[in-house]
Design a protein around this ligand. Structure first.
Ligand SMILES: Cc1ncc(COP(=O)(O)O)c(C=O)c1O
Length: 451
């Protein structure tokens, strides 16, 4: 048979992923025609001139091609050689063999140690799953949670479309809770309660709440009290929590600090709320999106459910080994005194300082344009400015015109969700700093003309 579109299920057909939608397709078409395109549509740092961290790539090179350990040892610092050897020993059979389904135990131990040092809390390597980017972990958690079409998952609006797309694909119900744009995308208890009650009225059985911290696309950062509030809310309503913490290194404002859900949960001695936390090699300052490394850590999940999660993970045998090694490098960077340390710190700080600068250039620049309001970018890699556009126009039309006129590729707010009647777009802060200024200038001219 030749498969037809009508043969596909409704869930597949209804699944949408705006970050790579029609505007991006048009951008690629224009690029083929010779236009210069500035891709601000996706958090893919190395596609926008960000250089890989040397340490990570050196370790990966040796792990992939162990012959270099003998043949070219003088090309690598001694700590890189030691790390690669330890990884190869820990993997037992190298990167060409499947690992345990949860991932190499040696690497999961390093992840557990990382969480322990970050949060000062006990962590179990057996509660860690190495995943192909955070995306696969999120999909596993949602697969476990959605067991019936009336099962609902609360997600922030605006959100990262991995959530809406996966909930649609698994035929669950998306339950929106709005972040308060007027107050820097604050997450309020009143809003959570309202959204939950509304869902219940429609017969939705809400199973979990997902929180993205720092936020994509909003760039907001939750503080300790906010996180404690979400945990109390989850407990009161018998919900699990999905804590998407892939931007934990991307925190820009002086005095701000990332706080994990795991840490607050531990402080509260909370044993009755299941927690799935996610981290990734794609973001932060590594920006290793293509390596597909990440992990999921679980807490307060009974052993029989853990066995089901492990079973699901084992259906794909294991996550890719290159990504597992990249995850090791993320959680176990060179320590002070080790030969790679200084260069590592220099590269890390260089990348984060540029992001910090660009976050300010972008938000301040956009706020100077009449009819545009942009909240401060406190974290992550994005701004989600609100735009005033002429009656009858959509933000998709706006973004397409912006692309055609300026070569700047951004994503319409509809792809992330927004309060009905408002219009936004999402842009990254990833173009190099000199280009970021250019983006803001081109955008200003365009917006004024468009209105
Ligand atoms: C909030 C959030 N979660 C998860 C991901 C998935 O990243 P990856 O699968 O590359 O780790 C992204 C990617 O942009 C993201 O923004």
């Amino acid at each position: 048979m030749t498969i037809q579109l009508k043969d596909l299920g409704r869930a597949v057909l209804e699944t949408e992923y705006a970050v790579r939608g029609p505007i991006v397709a048009r951008a690629q078409e224009l690029e083929r025609e010779g236009r210069e395109i500035i891709y601000c549509n996706i958090g893919n740092p190395q596609a926008l001139e960000q250089k890989p961290i040397t340490y990570l790539r050196q370790v990966l090179a040796l792990a992939q091609y162990p012959a270099l350990l003998e043949q070219a040892a003088n090309l690598f610092p001694s700590d890189v050689l030691e790390t690669a050897k330890a990884l190869l020993k820990g993997s037992r059979h190298g990167l060409g063999a499947y690992s345990e389904s949860k991932g190499i135990r040696f690497i999961r131990e390093a992840v557990a140690q990382f969480i322990h040092e970050r949060d000062g809390i006990p962590t179990d390597p057996e509660a860690i799953y190495l995943t192909d980017g955070a995306s696969k972990g999120v999909q596993t958690a949602l697969r476990i949670l959605i067991s019936d079409p009336s099962d609902g998952i609360m997600i922030p609006i605006p959100q990262y479309p991995l959530y809406s797309a996966t909930i649609t694909l698994y035929e669950g119900k998306q339950v929106n809770y709005y972040l308060d744009e007027q107050h820097n995308w604050k997450l309020s208890k009143a809003m959570l309660e309202m959204s939950l009650q509304e869902a219940k009225r429609y017969g939705v059985k809400v199973k979990a709440i997902c929180v993205i911290n720092p936020g994509n696309p909003t760039g907001n950062l939750l503080d300790h009290d906010n996180i404690a509030m979400v945990i109390d809310f989850a407990k009161a309503h018998n919900l699990a929590i999905l804590a998407d913490e892939v931007y934990q290194e991307n925190v820009y404002l002086p005095g701000d600090k990332f706080t994990s859900f795991a840490k607050v949960m531990h402080e509260k001695h909370e044993k009755d709320v299941s927690l799935f936390s996610f981290h990734s090699c794609s973001k932060g300052f590594l920006g290793e999106c293509g390596q597909r490394g990440g992990y999921m850590e679980i807490r307060n999940i009974p052993a029989d459910v853990v066995a089901q999660i492990t079973k699901l993970q084992s259906v794909s045998l294991c996550s890719n080994l290159t990504g597992q090694v990249a995850t090791y490098c993320m959680v176990r960077p060179p320590k002070p005194g080790e030969p790679s340390h200084d260069l590592y710190v220099q590269e890390r700080d260089g990348i984060l300082n540029e992001m910090k600068k660009r976050a300010v250039i972008l938000a301040e620049g956009l706020n100077q344009v009449p009819g545009v309001q942009c909240n401060v970018v406190a974290g992550a890699m994005y701004a989600f400015p609100r735009i005033q556009i002429p009656e009858g126009r959509t933000d998709a039309e706006y973004c397409l015109s912006l692309l055609e006129a300026t070569g700047i590729c951004v994503v319409p707010g509809t792809g992330f969700g927004q309060v009905p009647g408002t219009a936004h777009f999402r842009t990254t802060i990833l173009p190099p700093t000199h280009q970021m200024r250019e983006v803001v200038e081109r955008f200003k001219t365009f917006h004024v003309n468009y209105r």
